[in-house]
Design a protein around this ligand. Sequence first.
Ligand code: FAD
Length: 270
Amino acid sequence: MIPAAFEYARASSVDEASKLLDKYGEDAKVLAGGHSLIPLMRLRLAQPSALVDINGIKDLDHIRESSGKLHVGALARHVTIQNSSVVKEKLPLLAEVAGEVGDNQVRNMGTMGGVIAHADAAGDYPTLALMLDADIVTNQRTIPAREFFKDLFTTALANDEVVTEVVFPVANGAHRYVKFRRRLFDWAIVGVAAQKMNGGWRIGITNVAPTPVRAHAVEAALQAGAKAEEAAQHASDGLDPAGDLRASPEYKKHLARVLTKRAIQQAEGQ
Ligand SMILES: Cc1cc2nc3c(=O)[nH]c(=O)nc-3n(C[C@H](O)[C@H](O)[C@H](O)COP(=O)(O)OP(=O)(O)OC[C@H]3O[C@@H](n4cnc5c(N)ncnc54)[C@H](O)[C@@H]3O)c2cc1C
């Protein structure tokens, strides 16, 4: 389908983008890689009055390490994150996850900021951001990931707020992201990330709730000395996932347990 008519403006700075969003009002949207927004517009599930294109803003695609933190610019493309030597060294789990997003076309265009701001329950980076206690930095403030994801497709962002970077902790211990899907380039039916850091484990689960989930009960069981298989039984504690065309709620809970076991065991090299 053809999208409904909209205004288009290209911003050359974050400040200008924010002013344009303010000018066009609450129905205006940032355009980054366009790989979530444009499909929604073509289906007329989104009908923004204006698009503010941020692709011309310089220095928003940075990836750098500073004082034990990995700073990933909002316009860093998935393929750049996947292949970045800094990411591979400082947070290899993120490089692994980036390589699992969609197909080549999606990875060439889609951005860190776009996935975070879009807040799809099946998005892969939000899980990492939540479980690793990342910060979402905007032109106005810094928002801890645990306060950022409010509901399905709903975040703490104000209408004129632009994500500028996501700041992750450096963590290069044992890690694994296990993503269950029918075809290689599909979104996760369920995904589980495991990262060893600061003497414990961080476990995050994708697509079992409207927002990403941190599996605190699994982390606590591992901390108390449980083996992966035993700890993973807690992965579905408190979950009440919605069923969809690909999986029933019970099947998603089953996947959460099975994939958690696999993620931990594979991270440990078993
Ligand atoms: C076939 C296909 C398969 C995919 N598979 C996966 C997958 O497996 N895993 C996954 O995580 N994603 C997947 N995606 C989504 C893909 O990663 C998108 O690129 C991503 O969701 C959005 O990023 P974008 O840069 O394209 O953002 P856009 O589509 O341009 O924008 C998405 C939303 O975020 C807002 N936005 C974008 N950037 C900013 C910013 N800097 N500040 C504030 N708001 C902003 C926009 O206004 C819009 O509301 C897939 C997409 C397709 C088409």
